[in-house]
Write a protein of this length. Sequence first.
Length: 193
Amino acid sequence: MLNIVLFGPPGAGKGTQAQKLTQRYRLVHLSTGDILRSEVSAGTPLGTEAQKMMDAGVLVPDAIVVKMISNNLDARKDANGFVFDGFPRTVAQAKALDMLMNGKGHPVSMMLALEVSEEELCKRIRQRGKDSGRSDDTEESVVRKRISEYNNKTAPLKEYYSAQKKFHAVNGIGDIEDIFNSLCEKIDRFREK
Ligand code: AMP
């Protein structure tokens, strides 16, 4: 099984690359942001609760997203592997994911990080806000909050996966296909081992 954690700040291009990786390697794409947004549109109690936090640009509690991931893993027992997009976002989530995956005998294979400068991120997020109307992308203060949540709570995951020798970084600026090829190279090298 190939289980990839896609890592990077908001606007790094995780969603775009996750979709391409999913197709190339026939994996299942699990995006906690997408799952939360579908709960919001469906008007579920979880969606109503999560919306407030998403609108404020803060992370939703670990227990909620871990449960969501666990349910989705169980629903896709047929999968060849998973691309985790926007999850884990805290060390507690990473530990929970390790417990879940190790327990199934299919550990996380690698973390692939998309590295993008903060200036470029803000530019991209503003553009995405115009294109998609995502409210947390249009409000400047919310974008800043999301980046600060990332720097404080998510960035330490680099150390977490480095300690397991699973951290791999690629330059996330440039042509989408070039970035995709760099990610594929890392994956193919891992699979040859
Ligand atoms: P995203 O689409 O990944 O940028 O996520 C949008 C929002 O959903 C974030 O700003 C958080 O409020 C929430 N969210 C998504 N994934 C997670 C996660 N793994 N942990 C906590 N909050 C999350």
